[in-house]
Design a protein. Sequence first.
Length: 461
Amino acid sequence: MRAHVDLPLVVDRLSPVALAAQVTDQLRDAMRGGALRAGERLPSSRALAALLGVSRTVVTDAYQQLYAEGWLDGRRGSGTYVADVTIFPDLVRPLEPRIPWDPTDPFEPAGPDLLDLRPGRPWVLGYDVAAWRRAWRDAGDAPPGDTPDPRGHSDLRALLADHLRRARAVPAGPENVLVTRGTGHGLDLFAASLLRPGARAGVEEPGYRVARNVLRARGAEIVPCPVDDQGVIVDELPDDLDVLYTTPAHQFPLGGRLPMARRERLLAWARRTGAVIVEDDYDAEFRYDVAPLPALYGLDPARVVLLGTLSKSLSPDVGLGWLVAAPELLARVAERRTLLGDRTSGPVQRAVTTLLRRGDLDRHLRRMRLEYARRRAAVVETLGPLVKGDTAGLHVLVELPEDAVGPLVEEARARGVLLDTTARHHHGPIRVHGLVLGYGSASLADLRRGCAVIRELARDL
Ligand SMILES: Cc1ncc(COP(=O)(O)O)c(C=O)c1O
């Protein structure tokens, strides 16, 4: 152990940052960066004050702050030492991340000159300004609440249950609904409340990377479950899953709609194996020229947890969704949520309550269905037989030969069109090659232009 170290500290009297804070920050940086090591002795406050030309209080304040943060170890009477911070490992070195770093994620922002045809974003400019303002006025009229109900506001839960009954024929009452901040959050609450560490979680392959990341971050072991153009392949599901995350209304990213017979088989599999199914119903409000199919939850409410969101029907920026489950499961999620100190914003809930109560959300959905039907028609018209998975939602699959995808994406980018590939959504070998084309957020004219670029580039294949 070295008895003493020389510290390259400086103080700037002209800086707006207090002198004690300057000393604290520099010492903390030195310890975090390894210039000061565990067990090393710091100068006495008197010596350091003299060295820096500051009052002794400046140094004692800095030391006290660092004691409080756990960086320093004081042995009374014998000096000030750098603490053995291995007991605070997350202060000095990153924990082993449960989610591996992925250089292709997050999405790069599109920038003003690029037309962004990547999936995941709705047409947010189509909202009714007056209805939106009214909703927020109503939210502001109520005083802030003091104790958030972990299940969400009761009037919102009743309205959401009603919405689910009408829009998705889901037999739910308020006792089945817990208000979340969106699908990813609902899945996180489910995993934190109901999954043991090491639980085997089936995730569609290719599939929604957020679902995979969330389950993994909560300690689940991910089991990739193959999908085809109709959705998850039930006959290939292993028997030892604790949970299966699936997108039956519009498989992400390939776009399949799980046929009725497969839904029945999937539920029979879950009943036989004891697995819980998490049904991500993210864009189910939008379907085109096809009859509705019942949600899995409606077919077997005891086996299925349904996750819904306003991210597609209104905007991800609102941050509101719902978890629908049997009351006993819901009670466990609610209880765990309180333990985690987690909640959904009260004012957001009140604004959404107004949108639902006044019928504004229904009207918005009706308008958006027309908007998206037009956009989807433009995509199909321009790209013809290349398009798959187009009967629902806000994105389609454009299947392409394997070696064509990279060059096409690059050339499209050079022409100002930003595209996403199926490769990004695979976690094992890439089985389906092509583009995942989002048509939610572009204007009709821009969308036609972007699709024309793709068609032109694909013609040369
Ligand atoms: C498969 C899937 N589920 C859910 C969502 C929405 O998630 P959230 O409600 O967390 O915004 C998306 C958004 O792109 C998605 O692609």
